[in-house]
Ligand binder design. Structure first.
Ligand SMILES: O=C(O)CCC(=O)C(=O)O
Ligand SMILES: [Fe+2]
Length: 318
């Protein structure tokens, strides 16, 4: 990973605001992706503009650190909303206890309840989280989340994908998202992670992020999707690798087009809600990827207005 210095850090000035976009050589399809995403950013900034005062100075500092390092922890941001996080977690537990078609398993062939699946699967997720757990809509339209995503994208973005997942302590070897990778659903992503239990130590399975890697990748990075730890250490250095421990109530934000993984949980199960914000649909395709129920929209109706309803642009209302 020695071509780092030759890579440029692109900053787009859009209207009065700056947004930092990774360079073309860090995007899956290179220049083609860069041109496409630039058009999407520009058109979204005209269609769904932000204005001065839409975010606080603290939020801006957080976003500066995301542009700089690729991640930030918004400490205690949801400390007043622990009841909401609890209700999401409780609903998740109900679905995982039942197992079956409302669940997604690490190995796709299972349909077991969690007490039986927990030794055979790395994780289980709730299918269609915005239908099965409508309370999540209250988080998506929360003012604090809007501040963050507006300040990052300098427009109102849309929700891309989301997941609600529990990782189990067991003897299975690390696999899939336990291994370093770059998300490639879109060349510009901001993922928000809400731990549903405190993740205080490496054994608790924190999200692990390689600082600056969204802006700086080795020449052959596209050849290998799951990258062994030793290559990451060699390429970026130990000091760039961050285990992002956090409490329930904190919000972690990261540009997951950079290298990251979830550490295998060793001490206790880890539950997490993940929201992915984008300005372009995955694979440039406007096909709606995820469902949201009318109930979910009604639950968040006090927070929804003309300027933020576009967060649902890439979802299918059922
Ligand atoms: O489980 C984790 O901490 C990381 C998951 C991941 O790779 C992702 O959400 O993109
Ligand atoms: Fe990922």
């Amino acid at each position: 990973m020695d071509d780092r210095s030759s890579q440029t850090k692109a900053t787009h000035a859009i209207m009065n605001y700056n947004i930092k976009v990774p360079p073309a050589n860090c995007m899956k399809d290179g220049d083609r992706d860069y041109q496409q995403i630039s058009k999407f950013i520009l058109s979204r900034c005209f269609k769904h503009p932000v204005s001065e005062g839409d975010w606080s100075e603290d939020t801006e500092k957080g976003i500066d650190s995301i542009y700089e390092r690729g991640w930030h922890k918004f400490q205690g941001l949801f400390n007043e909303d622990l009841d909401l996080l609890d209700s999401i977690q409780n609903k998740m537990e109900k679905f995982l206890d039942q197992g079956g078609s409302n669940c997604i398993y690490h190995s796709s062939s299972s349909s077991l309840p969690q007490n039986e699946a927990r030794n055979k699967e790395l994780f289980m997720s709730v299918k269609d989280p915005l239908v099965n757990v409508p309370e999540i809509a209250k988080i998506i339209f929360d003012k604090k989340i809007l501040q963050i995503v507006k300040c990052f994208f300098k427009c109102v973005p849309a929700l891309g994908t989301l997941n609600l997942r529990k990782s189990f302590v067991n003897d299975l070897p690390p696999d899939q998202t336990n291994l370093y990778h770059c998300d490639n659903n879109s060349p510009l992503l901001l993922k928000l992670f809400f731990y549903l239990n405190d993740v205080d130590a490496i054994e608790d399975g924190p999200f692990n992020y390689v600082e600056t890697s969204a802006f700086n990748k080795p020449q052959n990075w596209r050849d290998i999707y799951r990258v062994p730890d030793d290559l990451i250490v060699k390429g970026y250095g130990e000091d760039k690798i961050k285990n992002l421990t956090a409490k329930k109530g904190d919000v972690l934000a990261a540009m997951t087009t950079g290298y990251h993984k979830g550490q295998k949980v060793l001490s206790k199960d880890r539950s997490m809600l993940t929201l992915d914000f984008v300005v372009a649909p995955e694979d440039w395709d406007a096909r709606k990827q995820f469902n949201i129920s009318k109930d979910a929209i009604m639950l968040a109706k006090d927070k929804i207005n003309q300027s933020n309803i576009c967060l649902l642009d890439f979802l299918h209302v059922v």
